[in-house]
Every structure is written in C-alpha cells, then in structure tokens.
Design a protein around this ligand. Structure first.
Ligand SMILES: [Zn+2]
Length: 238
C-alpha cells in the first residue's frame, strides 16, 4: 500500500461526494417546487390585476346605481308635481310631461347599464374565485414539496457527512504536494484526478497505454508518482 492507494480512496469518496451534491441540487421535488413557485408568482400577478379590475367594476356598478336612484327620486318628484294639479298652464304641463318622458328613457337606459355592470362584476368575481382556489392549491402543494425537499436533503446530508469523514480519514497520509496536484487535476478533469491502472488501461480516460509506457512505469519505484500521458491523471498501479 502506498499513499497513491490512499489517494484512490480519497478519489472514490470525492466522486461519491460530488454525486451526492449533484443529487442534492437536482432533486425531482426541487424542480417541482420551483415550477410550483413560478406558477404561484405568475398567478399572484394575475390575481392583483383581476382584483383591480373587480374594484373598478364594483365602483362602476355603484356609480350607475347611484345615478339610477337619483333619477328615480327626481322622476317621482316630477310625477307628483304633474298630478298634483298645482301646475295648470298647458304649456308648462307639456314641458313637464316631455321632461318626464325623457327621464323615463334615460332610466331605461340606466337600468340596462346597471344590469350589464352587474353581469361584468359577477364574471370577474367568478374569475377571482377560480384564481384564489388555484392559489390555495399551489400554496398547499408548495408546502408539501418544501417538506419533501427538506427531508430528501437531510438524507443526502447524512450520507455526505459519512463520505466526508471517510475522505478525511483516507487523506491523512497524503503529502501536501500530491494533494495539491490532485486538487488541481480534479478541477480541470471533471472531478477525476486519480485513476487505477487496470490491465494496461488508464481508469480515467479508459485508453490503453503503450507497452513501452507500461514498461517504464513498472520500473519506477512504488512510491513514485506516475501519470497517464494521455489524460494527465495520476495513475495508481496495482
Ligand atoms: Zn488517462
């Protein structure tokens, strides 16, 4: 056993840690949670717009109802005056009758407008109810997903702690210069810096090494650092 065999152990733990971190960042529940949160934030924006529209529709309805009520009391007043016998001049009576007819026309039109406004208001309220129900669904879904994510991450974290401790133990005997080269290579070679030499093949790039190269490595002392000439990784001889 050489420090390079320790290094291979370190590599195995580092690979496991990388895989666990990747799993932690790419949990299916996490992707679903993000999608749910995206939909929720789009829905909140729509809801704000529709709530503003509902408020406007409600104002319009109240304004029209106010106008209608005012018109009705004016009309009642005018009718009372017309039939009270107080006004007897034909010309004046005719003018009043004409005014009352105009007011009745206006009243009919206003009644239609009020009905239309009520219909619009109702449609918007239904839309609001639908949006709020969907928001509640998404809120509940988000809560459940957050709990699932936390649980899955906690499990990964437990595995990470085990791997990290094992890695630290395996790394105790590795000299600083080897460790530093290892980290440098790991950063540039997709996380794999040390690989076993198996049946004349580099375990990192999987290419067969030339016979002369194998021969040269065999002659190197066991504690010498050898590297794959193709991928530059540290090769660990059996
Ligand atoms: Zn290689």
């Amino acid at each position: 056993m050489t420090v390079f065999h320790d290094l291979l152990q370190v590599q195995e733990h580092d690979t496991a840690v990388d895989r666990l971190r990747h799993r932690r960042d790419h949990l299916p529940e996490l992707a679903e949670l993000r999608a749910t949160e995206d939909e929720l934030s789009r829905l909140e924006a729509t809801l704000t717009d529709v709530e503003a529209t509902a408020l406007e529709a409600s104002r319009t309805q109240r304004k029209l109802e106010g106008e209608l009520s005012l018109l009705e009391s004016k009309l009642t007043e005018l009718d009372a005056k017309l039939y009270s016998g107080v006004v007897s001049a034909a010309r004046e009576l005719q003018a009043m009758q004409h005014e009352a007819a105009t007011m009745r026309e206006r009243r009919a039109a206003l009644e239609d407008e009020v009905l239309e406004a009520m219909g619009e208001h109702e449609t918007i309220d239904e839309q609001l109810a639908g949006l709020r129900a969907r928001r509640d669904e998404l809120d509940a879904r988000g809560g459940a997903l957050r709990a699932a994510v936390a649980e899955a991450q906690a499990e990964v974290d437990r595995e990470l702690a085990v791997e990290s401790a094992a890695r630290a133990e395996a790394a105790t005997a590795i000299p600083a210069d080897v460790a530093s080269l290892y980290e440098q290579l790991r950063a540039h070679l997709g996380g794999v810096a040390a690989a076993p030499l198996v049946n004349g093949r580099c375990g990192g790039c999987h290419l067969a090494l030339p016979a002369t190269e194998i021969d040269r490595m065999r002659k190197e002392p066991a504690d010498a650092l050898v590297r794959c000439e193709q991928c530059e990784r540290i090769l660990v001889r059996p």
